[in-house]
Design a protein around this ligand. Structure first.
Ligand code: 4AD
Ligand code: MG
Length: 462
């Protein structure tokens, strides 16, 4: 079988080619007097390859019945194009029809709503916009590995099924094989988890951090990159129930070092995508978000603002802006507050650090003021939080007190406490929401449109 080449490779050719084989899906077909034009797309790039199918082809009658969505295999010559807008086209010697598509094919015309396209998530990657989104998604994942691998970080696979609630927010999906209709019960009537598959209650992980800490305390610099799950009932454009997270964890690192690497990381990813997905980004800039490219360049060029939580609260209170939720020291910043900081006030990415201990998870390092912990959130315009992280509490006694305050049973965290018992070190890390970062670099405003098959409250189709 002759090796086919991709449309991208064909379009990048430096010279004409004699025997070419390309395969893909017909985007459009239009007929001239003695030939038919096919626009062939195979997802390797945004552009399609123009194929000229001559009326002399033995199966020309069938070619003329080809409709949008059909799959074909084309042999022929790559020749300079006479037409406008493309350098090369294919003069077909044969057009083999692999699979037809009838008039019911849902991606006939442009201009479908995002809601409709979500219903056909199995077909939407064949559209221009979603082709671009998923090529950028792939590149971004690659760039993430490159960033950490180049800096000597080891990639750690933390478990998907876990017994602990890292963030302590109780947003866990339960994993069980118990018979839901008739679960085994203890004497007190509660469900007996000791009879469950793992002999204990288990959940889908909300974060690989705790396990990543164990590895950071051995391999010094590590990162995870995997799916995480949250059963939070947030129906927003930025929350998914299943999303991917990147979590670096570094031994011998403090909050300052953590903020620096987070900033370097965000800028690196933007630069990488700017370079390697230029054509895709141009489509976003044209159809999704006019200011995209300027904003990305601006972010790469400027230092991020840094502001403590206390300063941020004062600044929001003094802003005179009418927020839906009041700004008060000791409460979580709402999305509207975060966006005000980064969009209106600083007008650039902003790292907020040192939050009150009451509103942050148990593992964050207590500051000397005894009131705040070394948390940090990176906020970006248009989205709000894309990164959350902290320096971790490395002092055994302080960690135990923090766990007591959070009503956590030290018995459940024996292994985690061991990391402080044996050769404890200051360490820090963060989690970046992969889809949030993807939204930021593409300008796509709904998280459902940057995940192949979104899982959100009430929706797990496909
Ligand atoms: O701020 P979060 O909850 O932090 C953690 O889970 C830490 N354990 C990370 C760490 O320090 N290793 O989540 C991290 C990031 C957020 O900043 C956000 O970008 C993303 O994960 N995120 C979500 N993305 C999509 N849908 C959701 N429901 C998300 N929840 C968090
Ligand atoms: Mg957070």
């Amino acid at each position: 079988m002759q090796q086919s080449i991709s449309v991208k490779e064909a379009l990048a050719s430096q010279a004409p080619r004699d025997a070419l084989l390309v395969r893909g899906w017909v985007r459009t077909r239009r007929d001239a007097k003695t030939f038919s034009f096919l626009e062939l797309n195979d997802g390797s790039c945004l552009k399609s390859l123009q194929v000229i199918a001559d009326a002399a082809l033995p199966n020309y009658a069938e070619v003329q019945r080809l409709t949008t969505g059909a799959s074909v295999s084309v042999r022929g010559q790559l020749v300079p194009s006479q037409g406008q807008g493309q350098r090369w086209e294919v003069k077909a010697a044969s057009v083999e029809i692999i699979g037809t598509a009838d008039a019911a094919y849902p991606l006939q015309k442009k201009g479908h709503t995002p809601e409709f396209l979500r219903e056909i998530a199995h077909l939407r990657p064949r559209s221009n916009l979603f082709g671009c989104v998923f090529r950028v998604r792939s590149r971004l994942a690659y760039a993430i590995h490159q960033f950490f691998q180049d800096r000597g970080f080891a990639y750690v696979h933390t478990p998907i099924i876990t017994g602990s609630d890292c963030e302590g927010a109780g947003e866990l999906f339960r994993v069980t094989t118990l018979d839901l209709k008739n679960p085994p019960r203890r004497e007190d009537g509660e469900i007996d988890s000791s009879k469950d598959f793992f002999g204990r209650p288990t959940y889908l992980t909300v974060s690989g951090q705790l396990e990543a800490e164990a590895f950071a305390c051995a391999l010094a610099k590590v990162y995870t990159f995997g799916p995480t799950f949250r059963a939070e009932n947030s129906n927003t454009s930025r929350h998914a129930s299943e999303f991917w997270m990147i979590e670096p964890e570094m031994a011998f690192c403090d909050l300052q070092g953590n903020m620096e690497i987070a900033e370097e990381f965000v800028k690196y990813l933007i630069r990488d995508v700017r370079t390697h997905c230029a054509e895709d980004l141009e489509l976003f800039a044209k159809f999704v978000d006019k200011g995209l490219l300027e904003r990305l360049d601006f972010v790469v060029e400027r230092p991020f603002q840094r502001v403590s939580y206390t300063e941020a609260v004062e600044l929001l209170a003094k802003s005179g802006h009418k927020f839906e939720y009041p700004v008060e020291y000791g409460t979580n910043l709402q999305s509207e507050h975060e966006r005000y900081l980064t969009e209106q006030h600083f007008k650039c990415p902003t790292t907020v650090y040192n939050y009150p201990k009451e509103i942050k998870p148990f593992y964050m390092r207590l500051n000397d003021d005894d009131r705040t912990v070394t948390a940090m959130d990176v906020l970006v315009p248009g989205i709000g939080e894309i990164i959350g992280g902290s320096q971790r509490e490395e002092r055994l006694d302080v960690l135990e007190k923090s766990m007591a305050r959070h009503n956590l049973d030290p018995k459940d965290y024996g292994w985690y406490l061991d990391l402080r018992r044996y050769g404890t070190v200051p360490h820090a890390g963060f989690g970046m929401g992969f889809e949030r970062m993807l939204m930021f670099v593409t300008g796509v405003s709904n998280i459902r449109d940057v995940i192949p098959f979104a899982r959100t409250p009430g929706n797990a189709a496909f």
